[in-house]
Design a protein around this ligand. Structure first.
Ligand code: NI
Length: 176
């Protein structure tokens, strides 16, 4: 499969995410939330050559949209209509709760099990997401919060690491 992604599909997902997250900052900062999902997409894009069997557009769009169900009023139907079933399903699996459905928040272990049984693209985006989040914890986090976050990253590494050994080892470096 090709290892380059469609700029047009990238732009569609970026614009959608920009509108959905409009006005949301990255917690503990004044930076627009879009910067977070953009960095996750960059992490995935830099890695596309290593995962030639995966669909680059699915990966890039899932990366850009990975938080819209959990953090905004976007519905599953909207994503399916605009980006198709595969993207929608990956974003669904990456969400512990669906804000527009007011759903209950999944237990973390259940969430990871569901991801581990889902498409590899969703697992790769989760690894990339945590690599980005571990670069710089929000300034207002206490040490305990940072320790808990590293512990949950360890779980992600254990559950999803086999999906992508290269990203998993990048994640492991960040945890250590
Ligand atoms: Ni994220």
């Amino acid at each position: 499969m090709k290892s380059n992604f469609s700029a047009c599909q990238f732009e569609n997902a970026l614009r959608f995410a920009a509108e959905a997250h409009l006005g949301q900052p990255i917690p503990g900062s004044a930076i627009p939330y879009l910067a977070h999902v953009f960095l996750v997409a960059v992490e995935v894009i830099n890695h596309l050559d290593d995962i030639p069997d995966e669909d680059p557009d699915l990966l890039v769009q899932t990366a850009l949209l990975h938080d819209v169900l959990e953090d905004t009023m976007t519905t599953r139907e909207e994503i399916r209509a605009k980006f198709g079933e595969e993207v929608e399903y990956c974003v669904f699996l990456l969400s512990r709760e669906i804000k527009s459905e007011n759903s209950e928040k999944k237990e973390f272990d259940t969430y990871l099990d569901d991801l581990a049984n889902g498409p590899r693209a969703a697992q790769i985006v989760k690894l990339a997401d945590r690599i980005v989040n571990l670069r710089q914890p929000p300034a207002d986090w206490e040490d305990q919060h940072i320790a808990d976050y590293a512990e949950s990253a360890e779980k992600i590494f254990k559950h999803l690491g086999s999906a992508d050994p290269a990203l998993a080892s990048r994640l492991k470096d960040k945890i250590d």
